[in-house]
Write a protein that binds this ligand. Structure first.
Ligand code: KIV
Length: 273
């Protein structure tokens, strides 16, 4: 792997992302749904901020991504993209905003682009959504694909088991990823597949792959920020590396605050006027 330093552009674009893949520079991606988190991620140099429909789970408290609406995705994208200077912001098209017709998908992707400062959209699925990707990206909207485990289809599969474990299913996922590239996607997220399949897909594509539980050979990696910071502890897949235990930190801080109020040690003299 190359140790060349990143291009450090003023703004990360589809071109930067492609240049990073071509130069074998790993692409670092995380999710954000609000300005404070987005600003922190941007300040420390994250390349892509995904306003993911995982907002449904980790912000709204739903047990799937299905309930979040287009209007809510727009609301969160505005909060994120208004503060971000460098990272590329990508917004998930939520369930039912792109599946009915290609025209409706384009209208909804266009609405995100007109009403927010998002840099692109993401859709789940492969061959099934190739026409949608072709239309949206053909009209100039950077479009990211998503193959492997598809959270919007979770009820059909009945769970979050890894995908692509049989050669037949692996082959199907590779074909899906190729269909997305041919349709004009600028990158493809690969979720929860065996590491060797992540590698095979990455080798089969010229556009970057972004892995989440897809092994070390993808062009970049993404995690849900609330998972890697230990804020959302309801769901802990093995691919999440925990970089902090913020839920514990917050619980400790708030418990101390409550105690300080109860024992009348807060506020003290220097905290009063
Ligand atoms: O919604 C999301 O956060 C995502 C990532 C898990 C890739 O799609």
């Amino acid at each position: 792997m190359s140790l060349a330093s990143p291009p450090n552009p003023k703004r990360v674009t589809t071109r930067t992302i492609q240049e990073m893949k071509d130069a074998d520079i790993p692409i670092a991606c995380l999710t954000a749904y609000d300005f404070l988190m987005a600003r922190t991620l941007d300040n420390v140099g994250i390349d892509i901020i995904l306003v993911g429909d995982s907002v449904s789970n980790v912000f709204q408290g739903n047990n799937t991504t299905l309930p979040v609406t287009l209007e809510e995705m727009i609301y969160h994208t505005k909060a994120v993209s208004n503060i971000v200077d460098r990272a590329m912001v990508v917004t998930d098209l939520p369930f039912m905003s792109y599946q009915v017709t290609v025209e409706e998908a384009f209208r909804n992707a266009g609405k995100i682009m007109k009403e927010t400062r998002s840099g692109g959209v993401k859709v789940e699925g492969g061959k099934r959504v190739a026409k949608v990707v072709e239309k949206i990206s053909g009209e100039g909207i950077p479009t990211m694909g998503h193959v492997g485990l598809l959270p919007q289809s979770i009820l059909k599969y009945g769970g979050y088991q890894p995908r692509g474990r049989t050669e037949e299913e692996a082959q199907e996922i590779i074909e899906d990823a190729i269909a997305l590239e041919e349709a004009g996607a600028f990158a493809v997220v690969i979720e929860k597949v065996p590491a060797d399949l992540g590698k095979r897909i990455t080798e089969a594509l010229t556009i970057p792959t972004i892995g989440i539980g897809a092994g070390p050979d993808c062009s970049g990696q993404i995690l849900v920020t609330h998972d890697m910071l230990g804020l959302y502890e309801d769901f802990q897949p093995r691919f999440v590396r925990k970089y902090a235990t913020l839920n514990d930190e917050i619980s400790k801080a708030v418990s101390q605050y409550i105690e300080d109020i109860k024992n009348r040690s807060f506020p003290n003299e220097s905290e009063s006027y």
